[in-house]
Design a binder for this molecule. Sequence first.
Ligand code: AHR
Length: 658
Amino acid sequence: MLSAIKPKLILGLALASLSVSAAEITVQVDKPGATVSPTLYGVFFEDINRAGDGGLYAELVQNRSFEDNASLIAWTPLTNSNAVATFELDKSSPLNANNPTSLKIHMEKSGGDRVGIFNQGFKGIVATGKFPETSEKWRQAFEEAQCKPINGLAVVAGEKYRFSVYARAQDFSGKLAVSLETQSGELLTQERVKEVSKDWKKFELTLAPKKSDVDARLVLSTDKSGTLWLDMISLFPSDTWKNHGLRPDLAQMMADMQPGLLRFPGGSFSEGHILAEAWHWKETIGDVAERRGTWNIWGYRSTSGLGFHEYLQLAEDLGAQPLYVAHVGMAENDFVPMDQLEPWIQDGLDAIEYANGSVTSKWGAVRAKNGHPAPFHLKYIEIGNENGMGYSWGGGNRADYLPRYQAFYERIKAAYPDIVCIANIHTEPDAPADMVDEHYYETSDWFFKAATKYDHYDRAKPKLYIGEYAVKKDAGNGNMRAALGEAAFLTGLERNADVVVMSSYAPLFTNPHWEKWKPDAIVFDHTRCYGTPSYYVQAMFAANRPDVVLPVNLPEITNAVPMLFAAAGLKKDSGDLILKIVNRGSRSEGLNINLPGLAEKYSKGACTELSAESPTDENSFAQPKKISPKVSTLPAFSQGCNHIFPPYSVTVLRWSKN
Ligand code: AHR
């Protein structure tokens, strides 16, 4: 007992100097409870706030296929006062049916100097924060915002960039110069495309800039007369995450979250404003030049360069279970009539075959052709997104959703009984569901109260996936208060791991210059990124996900909503003991930690602490790690120990046996 008493005395002294009281917390190590699912802490990827095109997808050229808009956005004609040249979007001789528009440059007279076009990458727009009601209004806002350049194209000296273009020509016998330049025209590197003929042909070059520049531009030009058609102008860094086409720093941020689950492709993104703008997975696989792309509900066009295959690959690369959100035939503003639902159901079934089917199956063979003969082991399908939650959420009410959901559910289960079907709403008692997805965007107070929400969940009901949640209403740009609310909530999910088997914070990414939704977990621009305090909560909880829940009794520190929240558990293989404590209050709280039934001696321990001076503190590009986890060692113990939890903190205590 001596070793337990001694630290208590020390704690007492420490607490006296801090004027905090020591309370008791008991972790019942002798009463292991529910198994914690490896998918409990996941991520939800949606192309929102430029998370995909202009973000995780490493393409540097915006509007590469000239399909983004009816006008020539993101490209600027480059001409000279003596030249006679026209630049127009042209559909007379498409590259292919999915990519009907190309750029036609007609040079009657080059004027002795170069004529061409340049692209400045994913220039940012100033976010309006408003939500235009129709896609037409989104489009207008998009077009207007293109006039506000924020960032150019970032290139790094010593790196190699893969450039490609489809080109054809008429009465043109010159060369097409391809260069990276500074905004003032200083040449960083230049190569040439030769022998452009009358038929479409793909040309590939490597560009190696001699100097780094965060505000560069890609220029295609010539000084010869004639007519040129250009399409699919692409510039990719050679170095992408695991060589799968993703921006390394952003993908690594995701990997560092150690997600057990990857939900994709959205969100409202997967539904579309209208059915005509829905994301169809079959249009997002194979050669990127053949992918149709789609208008993204979040205010820009998605190229589908990040497509179904890439998402499955990303899940595999992250070591996460893929969760595909299938379109249930309900967009935000129109629905497929029940008697026309069949092709949509078949799309869902084919998606499963693409992911899992043998290489001799129709879609398994396509997967193999696309470079992945082994199955992706897709196990989770969500039938729709937020459909049936009522019109204020977007896509339809319960009566609209139930028959469509049921039609999907029955067909998927008949063909693939092991696939776990996730419903958007509690379909019981009208229809079966393997799991239900719940979404919460609320205040921090709501989340503090909801820490006990699932203590009272009827265990006869379906298992739960908390697929989207975040403190949204008093969260600033992603402050500590938000992180505290989410962490408190997560202690409740973990303690109720018998019913809550998956969760994912949302949204994952934002480029503040394209922001339509905040806060988010990861903030980036064209060269930098950082995690919000919420990001670190996610990473800390996932890195310390126990395999088994241990009951934990925490004293009532305050009345209605507690100041402290806790969850505890064990790692099966190592025997590591993990205790998570959230202190939402403005004063330090000391706890004597009791561990009845603890037989083994834990000889080493680590404390990971995330804290802030004020609940409104945030990280920023200027101070990206102002609020970030600090790790320290803990003394060994055999019967119990004590710890002081600072104000506004999330702490993980983890002890190991040797
Ligand atoms: O996460 C942002 C949006 O919130 C998602 O697209 C949608 O599912 C939800 O309403």
